[in-house]
Design a binder for this molecule. Structure first.
Ligand code: SF4
Length: 252
């Protein structure tokens, strides 16, 4: 599987607290895959897709210290056995598959879940964080325990036909395993979410609004506004615990 590579060459696999959604605060092992099928302009894991040979824009382009990434330097390709060997160092059975867009490598995750199911340790719990544009197959949906779907809004700068797949979201909503998380920075963002709830059949108690923030200062500036939006529309609020605890760092 193609995983995100840390500056020291290690794959981005780390034991931490889940920072968002219904599982916030839960000890988890995150496995960050490389590659994404979108190119959100505020993406904080742009080292998984913003390669030097792509035309994609990022909101940090005007920052002289910002540069696109060399694809070959940002990916480490590991076998299932190599990944499970790393995971066996952690006495934690809640695994979070993240990216990038992890469903680009659906087959590899299926192999990893099968290996972890059969390793003789307590039954693992598997979560995936996905942008909701790719529909996984039945085998994947049967085994995954929780899907955290984060559809991208116009604030991502990505064309609507690429970032929003209401039909896919509707199917994922029927699994009973799916939460939907939206990054909110403005009233326009909220209006987009509200306009999606009916067409995509999103259950309101599974829709989380999360403040748009790349750091704690932005989080604190947005949190009250987004909390009030959630309250007034019968939706849920999600904090970004990892940002508060660790800041905008990789591998935590
Ligand atoms: S879908 Fe997620 S990983 Fe991909 S570009 Fe958007 S924010 Fe980044």
């Amino acid at each position: 599987m193609k995983l995100a590579r840390m500056p020291d060459g290690a794959p981005e696999i780390f034991h931490t607290l889940q920072g968002e959604g219904r599982g916030a605060g839960r000890p988890s092992v995150f496995i960050r895959s490389s590659l994404c099928n979108l190119h959100c302009q505020w993406c904080d894991t742009d080292y998984t897709w913003n390669w030097t040979d792509t035309p994609h824009r990022h909101e940090r382009d005007s920052d002289p210290s910002y540069q696109k990434f060399q694809r070959g330097e940002q990916i480490v390709d590991l076998s299932t056995a190599e990944i499970t060997a790393i995971l066996s160092r952690h006495d934690c059975r809640n695994y979070v598959f993240t990216g990038g867009e992890p469903l680009i490598q659906e087959k590899s995750w299926l192999e990893l879940m099968a290996a972890l199911d059969g390793d003789g340790r307590p039954r693992p719990h598997f979560e995936i964080e996905t942008n909701g544009t790719l529909l996984p197959g039945t085998a994947f949906l049967d085994r995954i325990d929780q899907l955290n779907v984060s559809p991208k809004l116009a604030n991502s700068g990505v064309a609507e036909e690429l970032r929003l797949k209401p039909g896919t979201m509707k199917i994922l909503a029927t699994t009973g395993k799916t939460d939907f998380k939206f990054v909110i920075g403005s009233q326009e963002d909220l209006d987009e979410v509200l306009a999606l709830i009916e067409p995509a059949s999103l259950p309101r108690d599974r829709v989380f609004l999360m403040p748009k923030a790349l750091n704690v200062a932005e989080l604190e500036a947005n949190q009250s506004k987004v909390a009030a939006m959630a309250l007034s529309h019968g939706l849920r609020y999600s904090d970004r615990l990892h940002l508060r605890l660790y800041g905008a760092k990789r591998g935590v």
